[in-house]
Design a protein around this ligand. Structure first.
Ligand code: DCP
Ligand code: MG
Length: 358
């Protein structure tokens, strides 16, 4: 049996703003912009008393709570705190799966502290988070992700709740159907239309019926109704490189056309770099000739490359050093790697071990 913890920060953005500005403490605040088309990202607990909620239009929120104070978001600060709490989690187990900036699953079945009690670990983590960030988090503990996540909502804020094996059946039966993993607005309506409002209702339906109604998800719902969730905690893979390659339908030997192809690949790589927030110092161009011989050319710079204008001229230069007159090319690839910060001399070398499959 696994031991899974779900940690979720309390009113995350709002708590951070209150922490950093004492004038906001104890007051109803909303993180977001008050403009006509603005929405509330999250509200402090003081504001929630008035019914202010995440994703609510700012004007509606202001109507519900006239003294509501709007605070613009500071994402860099939220990211930095997110990293701080992640580092705390990683002290306990490498099996940490972040779901967003403020929440994560941890599998502590086996853990670095050899602590057999997931509840004690969760409490310790809450304390550590508070000590290091001055912010509170809530924790849920159970035997799988589905139950741990629901558990963390039970005692918010700053609470902990465990769903122990003996309590699972009763607990799941009492849940509203909206609380089940994978049940959004549309599925909830369909459940209601079919007379399913609670976990107990769900449990009475056969697997065949649920599959008929919901397809593949029906199978999962059948298991969730029994407190079963086999999904594993999937640790974040750390990106080592980002690359992209293309195989031509017809081999190419024209330098200009090949450079155009490389340009498109580089653009795609750059947009993924931005998305993943991964910036490296090594640029690699890979060429596979018609006879399947592969060559790669790499160049490592002293600083990370963070914009396209910086790296494209270098890639174009590298192309100039490759001979295309000998034989045509069937594949071209482009990659960025080496995200560490060490200052190294600029050099060019053959690099054969870059992983282009990532
Ligand atoms: N968030 C957002 N838009 C949403 C929901 C959330 O921008 N529709 C942001 C703001 C939240 C953060 O993500 O602070 C975390 O989301 P949660 O759902 O965990 O909400 P909170 O942490 O704010 O509150 P709770 O105490 O209920 O977890
Ligand atoms: Mg939260």
């Amino acid at each position: 049996m696994r031991k899974i913890i779900h940690i979720d920060m309390d009113a995350f953005y709002a708590s951070v703003e209150q922490r950093d500005n004492p004038q906001l403490q104890g007051k109803p605040i909303a993180v977001g912009y008050s403009e006509a088309r603005g929405v509330v990202a999250t509200a402090s607990y003081e504001a929630r008393k008035y019914g202010v909620r995440s994703a609510m239009p700012s004007l509606t929120a202001k109507n519900k709570c006239p003294e509501l104070i709007f605070v613009p978001p500071r994402f860099d600060v939220y990211h930095q705190i997110s990293e701080q709490i992640r580092n705390i989690f990683l002290e306990y187990t490498p099996l940490v799966e972040p779901l967003s900036l403020d929440e994560a699953f941890l599998d502590v079945t086996i853990n670095n502290k050899n602590n057999p009690s997931a509840i004690l670990i969760a409490k310790e983590i809450q304390k550590r988070i508070f000590k290091e960030t001055d912010l509170t988090a809530s924790a849920g503990v159970s035997i799988n992700k589905f139950l741990a996540k629901i558990a963390s909502e039970q005692k918010k804020p700053n609470g902990i709740f465990a769903i122990l094996p003996d309590d699972i059946d009763k607990f799941v039966e009492s849940l509203k159907i909206e609380q089940f993993f994978g049940v959004g607005k549309v599925t909830a309506r369909k459940m209601h239309d079919n007379g399913i409002f609670t976990g107990q209702d769900l449990k009475q339906r056969s697997e065949r019926e649920l599959i008929q109604l919901f397809g593949k998800a029906g199978h999962d719902f059948y298991l969730y109704a029994r407190g079963i969730d086999k999904r594993e905690v999937q640790p974040e893979r750390t990106i080592k490189s980002i690359s992209n390659e293309t195989t031509f339908l017809q081999d190419k030997d024209n330098r200009i056309l090949l450079t155009v192809e490389l340009y498109h690949l580089a653009q795609e790589v750059f947009s993924r770099m931005k998305k993943e927030d991964f910036y490296g110092r090594t640029i690699t161009v890979k060429i596979k000739y018609a006879d399947f011989k592969i060559i790669t050319r790499s160049r490592t710079l002293t600083k990370k490359i963070t914009n396209f204008e910086q790296f494209w001229p270098i890639a174009r230069e590298m192309m100039k050093g490759i001979d295309f007159s000998v034989k045509p090319v069937r594949l071209i690839g482009f990659g960025i790697s080496n995200a560490n910060n060490d200052d190294e001399e600029q050099y060019t070398q053959l690099n054969l071990d870059l992983d282009f499959s990532l």
